[in-house]
Write a protein that binds this ligand. Structure first.
Ligand code: F6P
Ligand code: MN
Length: 330
């Protein structure tokens, strides 16, 4: 079967035209999507594009930056700050926000430019995650970005996998676009819904001894399969790139946990609220799933206090998240 595109396919701009969005938002999203096409080119080039290996620097979280983290960050930052629509950007890979060199921008954009970057050197999936907020009046500082997740105007991710896909919400459901060979984002998944039930979980099992008791109990119940109280067998997957793990959940259900653990009690989890937790939670809720810190409290209700704040993340199929909440006893 050929995957020949016909003129009847809906592209990103046409899809967004049909939505009642704040003025300029659809152009901004087209710009983000276009920057991600440029990131895709570097990802695909791999060693040929000088994209593999460490950059020799560390980010604000003291994590080693890969070359591709830095390249992807530069692509998004340069292209977005050149747009009159943008008032400022903030990134997992930059210590502080960068206000635009012009005034009058209406939007703030936050991003994890290359999620799962430890996958790049092994040619496994990586992604970009982004979140769009309204710019407040006045000078743009880090504090301008500290807005509740429910204030996001749009959020999405691009998965650089076997197919390059953009999955997007503007608060009215979730749509998925596939990048065609001639560089167009075409609507292939018009209304993504996460199944309420699942038999699949995703967690980094090597951290088991550090988890709180509730998560231990929940995962033990999954591992017991038909012999345990759940009475069904579970499958486990862990791509080690949140974008890829969340995309699997979008496509066929499941739960993803990067829970609080006791290694660094002052850092409540590994993932970042502003660049990972909030945008993914907006997408997951819009697809009918749930996204919480502990099974109950919604990530979108966490009040941000710092740009690089961390958060425990438990998200996915709604009924399974309820079971996690009950098991964790919160
Ligand atoms: O961005 C952080 C991240 O790379 C996520 O994409 C991924 O889910 C997680 O960390 C992987 O963590 P670990 O290295 O513990 O498997
Ligand atoms: Mn990430």
């Amino acid at each position: 079967m050929t995957a020949k595109m016909t003129d009847t396919r809906i592209d990103l701009a046409t899809h967004l035209d049909g939505a009642a969005l704040p003025q300029g938002l659809s152009e901004l999203l087209a710009l983000v999507a276009s920057a991600c096409v440029d990131i895709r080119k570097v990802v695909s080039g791999g060693a040929l594009a000088g994209a593999l290996g460490a950059s020799g620097s560390v980010n604000v979280q003291d994590e080693e930056q890969k070359k591709l983290d830095v390249i992807s960050n530069d692509i998004l930052t340069d292209q977005l700050l050149a747009s009159p629509l943008v008032a400022g950007v903030a990134s997992e890979e930059m210590d502080n926000c960068q206000p635009a060199p012009h005034s009058g921008g209406k939007f703030l954009v936050l991003f994890d430019p290359l999620d799962g970057s430890s996958n790049i050197d092994i040619n496994a999936p990586v992604g970009t995650i982004f979140s769009v907020l309204a710019a407040p009046e006045g000078d743009i500082t880090d504090a301008s970005f500290l807005q509740d997740g429910r204030k996001q105007l749009a959020a999405g991710y691009v998965l650089y996998g076997g197919q390059t896909m953009l999955v997007l919400t503007t608060g009215n459901g979730v749509a998925g676009f596939t990048l065609s060979l001639d560089g167009q984002w075409l609507l292939t998944h018009p209304d993504i819904k996460i199944s309420a039930d699942t038999k699949e979980f995703a967690i980094n099992m090597s951290n088991q001894r550090h988890w709180a008791q509730g998560v231990q109990t929940y995962v033990a119940g999954c591992l017991q399969g038909v012999e345990g109280g759940r009475g069904k067998n579970f499958n486990m997957r862990w791509v080690a790139a949140m974008v890829a793990d969340v995309h699997r959940i979008m496509m066929r259900g499941g739960v993803f946990l990067y829970p609080w653990d006791k290694r660094e009690p002052n850092k409540p989890g590994k993932l970042r609220l502003m660049y990972e937790g909030n945008p993914m939670s907006f997408l997951v809720e819009q697809a009918g799933g749930k996204s919480t810190t502990d099974g109950r409290a919604a990530i979108l209700d966490v009040t941000p206090t710092e740009l690089h704040q961390r958060v425990p993340v438990i998200l996915g199929s709604a009924n399974e998240i309820d079971i996690i909440a009950d098991t964790c006893g919160v």
